[in-house]
Each structure stands twice: as structure tokens, then as C-alpha cells.
Design a protein around this ligand. Sequence first.
Ligand code: FES
Ligand SMILES: [Fe+2]
Length: 414
Amino acid sequence: MNKELSDWNKYWGHAWKPVPDVERIDAADYTSPEVFEREKDRIFRKAWLMVARQSEVAEPGDFIKIEAPTLDTEVVIVRGKDGVIRSFYNACPHRGVALVRQCEGRTGLFTCPYHAWSFSTDGKLKGLPGAEDFPHVDKSTTGLTPIHTGVWNDYIFINFAETPKQTLAEYMGEFGEYFDDMPFGEYTRAVEIIQDLPTNWKNFNDAFNEGYHVQVLHPKSLPMVPTRINPLNHMYDPIYLAPHSSATIQSNTDWVPTGKVMLFVYASTGVSFIHVDGPEEQAAKPRLFTTARGINRIGLPNYSTSTMNFFPLSQFQILADRYMWLRYWPLSPDKTRFIVRMYFGAPPRSHLEEFAEAFQLASTRDVFTEDVSMTRLQQQGMKSGGVKEVVLGENEHMIRFTTQMIRDYMNAED
Ligand code: FES
Ligand SMILES: [Fe+2]
């Protein structure tokens, strides 16, 4: 065993303190239509939601159309001539048509396909054919309906409340300050997978917030994670900065790949959990996440991954040289749109690196397939009526924390 790791108390001492006091959750919280409606109103219409990256609307006039499927809503996000990013409901104020049909583009004017009312990139009504028939419409006060929009780091957030209780800066709070040097914007290549799955959204949050299952569920797809000193893969160094959270996972330096392909990928290239490039190669790439202050602050020599939860629907899995952005949009009590976007750094420079990247992508797919299968079986069991409540161990502290945040939102005064 790596000697540095034998003093595990050094790292363990930072683990889960305090453990949030959430030992059980009603199974009905995962299955009830009433709970789901309340979650929509109390959480998804009130919290700031991470929905896109600034680089997706990099230049004035750039727009994207996204879905907020939990609220049956399409949103147009556009960078105005003044450089400001704004969001609008995709709904024409004349007779309601969802006027933007492209998923992305660049324009100076949005024109409705029904009667050609047109709107500038700041949402104002610019053109109204036959304006004389609309003497009761004041062009200066008519336009697309705005949605509150803010930017943190490279990420765009929206808030559907008429008057959000907090600004985005307040919502991100200390968590946002602590992680504001993360170089997300430097990672520009991504692959995205979208699936609608028959399970409750919270099962995704729960699945990716404990390491307890890794040894059992992922022995083939994640052999490099459980270690001898931490076989149940407890997550180190939880950072609870309400309503967001983060924790750290180590990799097993005792693990030596044996299969030919694994050897090829892990031993022959710099695309692995242990970065082997020299300073020159690194200079040409995006900054490693391990250079950011919030990543591996406890100095684990075998650092593997950080989990970051942006309440309520986004999670990042951060590796040293890439990251995954997971979103779980609730569609109904037992249906969720699961979106995984994996961002890579600099493009491969050789066939070897290209193969390594494809291999890691396929491995990630395998891990998610295993996780997703459990979330489906979980929902099946919860719906059966055979379980009235589920129970959480102290090692499932991240789930406990987010559950407490959900309860706080559900029970808030207004
Ligand atoms: S519905 Fe848009 S112009 Fe008539
Ligand atoms: Fe998993």
C-alpha cells in the first residue's frame, strides 16, 4: 500500500461532520403526485436552476432554446447587443405561439411565424404588422416575458419566480465564492446523452451522492475507486454550504490494470486518473481542476473525483482533466429526464489519445447504465407499497444533506 495513504486518519478526520439528522425518508416522497406538484411549486419554481453555459451564447445575437420540462416550458436564452444574457418564455404575447423553433442560432430579431410580430434580442416588441388595428397595445410595454437570469462562473441560471427571494449571488453564497475559480469555461468539447427514465428525480441525486454502492454495483466498471483503507468508498471532506454541497473521492493506487485494453489506455497515455503530462503539455490544455482552491483541499495524494451538487437539479463529477454535468429534470413522480454532458479538455493529439478518450466515454456509459438500472428498480420497489420509508446510513450523508434542503424548501413559509 502507498505509505502516504496509511495515515488515513489524516483524511478521515475531515469526513462527514456533522452528519445531517435525516435517518429515514417516506417512500411516498418518491411516488406521490401531491408531493411532486408541491416540489414543482416549492422547489422548481423558486430555486435558481443551472441550465446552460455562457459559451453557448458567446456573441451578441447568439441564442439557444432550452426546455424546462418540469414546468412544461421552453425558454429562449439570448445575448443582447449590449452583451447582457437574458431569458424569455418562448411565447408570443399576441396569441401565445412558441415562436422560436430553432434550437440555436444568431439573430437580431425574433419573428413569430403566425402573424409576424417581431422582437429584438432584449425582448422588446419591434414590429407589429397592421399596428393600426391594435390601438390598445402599447409597443413600449409589450414584449416577450422575461425570466430572471444570472451568471455564475461560466454557467447561466434562471429563476421562474416572479420575484426571487434571493439574487443568484446570494443563492450561490459561500459555495459560489469558494468554487469561483473553477475553469469550466476552458473545457469546450462535450458529448451529451439524454434519456427519459421511469424513476423519481431524487433517485438520481441519491445514486450519485454516495460511494457505498461502488464496490457492489461497479466492480468491473470502476475497479479503480474502492481502496483497502476505504473499501466502502466513503466520501471525504463534505462541504455543506446550503443549499449546495460537495465531497471528494479517492482512487485506488493499489489497483493495477491487467486487461490488455485497460493497460493500453491507462498505462500508455496521459488520459487517465493520474495525469502524467509535463508542464509543456499542460500549458496547451485547459487548467486542471486540481489547480482550483475547492478541489482536493485536503490534499489526498490519490485524488480521483469531486462531486458538486448545485441544488436542486445539477451535479458535477469533476476529474482532474474533465468533468461531467448531470441534470435530472422531474417529469412526473416516476419519470425523469436525465441529461449527462461530459466535457473534455484539449482534443486528442494522436490515435492513442483518441482511443483512450473513446474508451473512457464507453466506461462512463457502463457506470451510468449500472446506476440507472438501480434507480429503476428502486422506483419499482417504492411503488409496490412494500416499503413505507427508506433508511439512510451515516455514510449516506450527502443524500441526508440534500434531503434536508428539499424539506427546507418544501416547508418554507411562502
Ligand atoms: S401569435 Fe405571434 S404574431 Fe400572432
Ligand atoms: Fe454508481
